[in-house]
Unconditional design. Structure first.
Length: 291
């Protein structure tokens, strides 16, 4: 799971649906989606199969068709502004991608054929990728342009919704952050055990950024003290990743849960340090050698 390129040339549909579900806080494995959709290496996955898989996760894969590019652009943006990602079959209906955001005339896509997966396209670039040119069956010289897209609409109240932006997309596109993107689901799952989504009724809450401003140095000092020797900059990067994911999903901490969060994040960081650098014996005497 996570945000990473597809390993073959036929699983783009399940990857695109996985990326749309991630935006709704639903974390699933693309192989599970392939199985539910009935995807095969010889014919890939069409919208009917993807719709069947989406329903298994309480979402509806809708169908919108426009023939005019400007009307297609406006309709797509109207869904994106509601926080609803859409699947597009681009390159003359040969490859699935997910559009998750429009900002300042640019569109943020998740494209599993791209090394960074996260992709930024202008409207002109997206239009050229998106259009399907269909010949008129009665007039060989006439061409009809088709712009299909498939909003992934949740049939439940979404509480954990991802909010991407151009700045966040550019951050994830950096080569140094690709391993972080591949572990996206793990970060989300861990943070949902510690934080809660912000709601209109949330009171006495702080962001994870404010939490780290108050307690990060103490957590790092304690983990370093217990473990003995860690790469402190690498540990800071783990906390930065947590901060990034929490802000993307609008996760916050209630004031009464701060002590619990300190313990939880310290435990996660200690487990990471132990797995990364090993750990010396704890409360264990070394056996003396016999003469």
């Amino acid at each position: 799971m996570g945000i990473y390129p597809q390993p073959n040339d036929w699983q783009c549909g399940p990857f695109a649906l996985k990326h749309a579900l991630i935006m709704h806080g639903i974390l699933v494995d693309e192989n599970d989606l392939s199985r539910r959709a009935g995807s095969h290496w010889w014919n890939g996955t069409d919208d009917i199969k993807l719709g069947r898989a989406a329903r298994d996760y309480n979402c509806e894969l809708q169908m919108v068709r426009k023939y005019d590019p400007e009307k297609a652009r406006r309709e797509l943006i109207s869904y994106l502004r509601q926080g609803i990602p859409s699947l597009l079959c681009i390159q003359e209906w040969s490859h699935w991608v997910t559009v998750v955001k429009e900002e300042k005339g640019n569109f943020i896509l998740l494209d599993s054929q791209e090394p960074a997966v996260v992709k930024i396209a202008t409207w002109s670039q997206l239009k050229n990728m998106w259009v399907f040119n269909q010949e008129d069956e009665y007039d060989e010289e006439a061409i009809h342009t088709i712009y299909d897209f498939h909003p992934v609409v949740p049939l439940f109240r979404v509480t954990t919704k991802a909010h991407f932006s151009l700045a966040r997309a550019k951050y994830l596109r950096r080569s140094a952050n690709r391993s972080f993107a591949q572990l996206w689901d793990e970060y989300v799952e861990d943070l949902l055990k510690i934080c809660k989504p912000r709601t209109a009724l949330s009171e006495n809450v702080i962001s994870l950024g404010e939490f780290f401003r108050r307690h990060e140095l103490m957590i790092l000092d304690q983990v370093e003290y217990w473990h003995g020797d860690i790469d402190r900059r690498a540990a800071e990067k783990i906390l930065d990743n947590m901060h990034f994911v929490a802000d993307t999903y609008g996760l916050v901490l209630h004031e009464e849960d701060v002590k619990r969060a300190i313990a939880g994040i310290s435990s996660i960081l200690t487990l990471w340090a132990s797995s990364e650098f090993g750990v010396d014996p704890v409360y264990k005497l070394e056996k003396r050698r016999k003469k």
